[in-house]
Design a protein around this ligand. Structure first.
Ligand code: SF4
Ligand code: SF4
Length: 382
């Protein structure tokens, strides 16, 4: 029987480059040292979360100092780090250049001599241990790298409740092909199983999570910064997510992806090394969209009787600038622009909340029906 996966935790109170570098090096040391994993001459793909072209202060993307520290350590053993990511929206060289710049990645890469990927080709990858989908088109530089380091941000998520290590690998799917997955797999549990399949296909060797400043509330792009002062690392993205759930007080049965992991027999047990996990646990992390809160199964979503009980995207027209990013990224194509503001056809809406996730102005929120708010009342404080 396999021993528990090791999850390393290290305090990191700020994004000061020296503090981050020391903390990331300690994470690697806890796991046996970076040279245990990475050898001279290897190409190492670094996969951050660059969801939107937002600056690091928004807490929506992996902070560039974390990416830079990992890249520096990779270079110190004589390997070549390269940033590989497919953000939300179109996946082109032009959009990559813009997002790298906006997220602070260009500056950090120039500072430390880290490469940025502009190869937008994909490779079909087939996995045996699949739950929902057997093969995916995965970003070629991820597939061809000798080693992949997944560098997610700890955040809440409007559809999946939480996004961290496993969900971050959805960025291994090129640009708007992600919308196809949303349309093909609208049921939330099935979609979560698909996320697991994608993570297994992209096969990250190591995960280093940015939880120095996490995001709570209206995540994954419009929530509030919640300082946790922590970095985590593990060879298992599943065990790392389990540790993160324990830190933010999110139970397995409230979390779509980890519920599916349990159903599929994927081990989540972990043993902590480094700093004590108890120092970082918070009881009041704001997670508004827990599994079980709403009617989110495909058959229920299609029920006309339950229309008024479904969570739905809602636009704040005072904030909306009429850019139509939401319309362009709606997998179900149920958004029309009326007087330069989005109008939603809720009958066809699959509640993927891509519109809320990708709105650059945070103008879309998820409106929960009154019945769900009442159901949640009994759950607080946790
Ligand atoms: S809601 Fe957001 S994404 Fe949609 S048009 Fe307005 S600002 Fe753009
Ligand atoms: S309107 Fe928003 S939540 Fe509904 S399908 Fe389109 S992107 Fe998804």
């Amino acid at each position: 029987m396999k021993e528990k996966e090791i999850v390393s935790l290290r305090a990191c109170s700020t994004y000061d480059s020296n503090e981050v570098y020391d903390a990331v090096r300690s994470l690697f040391d806890d796991l046996g040292g970076i040279s245990r994993f990475i050898k001279k001459g290897m190409v190492v793909a670094l996969k951050p979360n660059l969801l939107l072209p937002l600056g690091p202060d928004n807490s929506a993307t992996t902070h560039p100092e974390i990416v830079g520290a990992v890249g520096r350590l990779v270079k110190e053993v004589g390997a070549t780090p390269i940033i590989v990511e497919s953000p939300g929206g179109p996946y082109t060289k032009v959009t990559l250049k813009a997002i790298y710049k906006a997220c602070g990645i260009t500056e950090i890469c120039n500072r430390y001599g880290i490469e940025m990927n502009f190869d937008i080709s994909t490779v079909n990858v087939t996995v045996d241990a699949y739950g929902r989908t057997r093969s995916f088109n995965i970003l070629k530089p991820l597939v061809e790298a000798d080693f992949v380091i997944n560098i997610p941000k700890l955040k809440t998520h409007g559809m999946m409740a939480y996004t961290g290590a496993v969900k971050n690998m959805f960025g291994a799917i090129a640009g708007t092909e992600k919308a196809t997955h949303h349309m093909n797999v609208p049921d939330y549990d099935a979609f979560a199983s698909n996320m697991i399949d994608i993570c297994i296909s992209a096969d990250p060797n190591l995960t280093v999570m940015d939880a120095v400043e996490a995001m709570e509330g209206n995540g994954p792009s419009a929530g509030k910064t919640r300082k946790l002062g922590l970095l985590l690392a593990s060879e298992s993205p599943f065990s790392l997510d389990m540790a993160a759930h324990d830190i933010i007080n999110l139970k397995i049965d409230e979390s779509y992806i980890l519920s599916q992991a349990v159903n599929r027999g994927i081990p989540l047990d972990y043993e902590c090394v480094g700093d004590s996990i108890d120092e970082f646990k918070v009881l009041d992390f704001d997670i508004p969209y827990r599994k079980g809160n709403g009617f989110r199964k495909r058959n229920l979503l299609n029920s006309k009787i339950l229309t008024s009980f479904k969570s739905r995207p809602l636009v704040n027209k005072d904030i909306c600038i009429g850019c139509a990013v939401c319309k362009k990224n709606c997998p179900a194509e149920v958004i029309t622009m009326v007087n330069r503001k989005p109008a939603f056809d809720y009958k066809g809406c699959i509640r993927c909340f891509c519109c809320q996730e990708l709105c650059p102005e945070h103008a879309i929120s998820i409106k929960e029906p009154i019945i769900i708010k009442i159901l949640k009342l009994g759950r607080k404080p946790r």
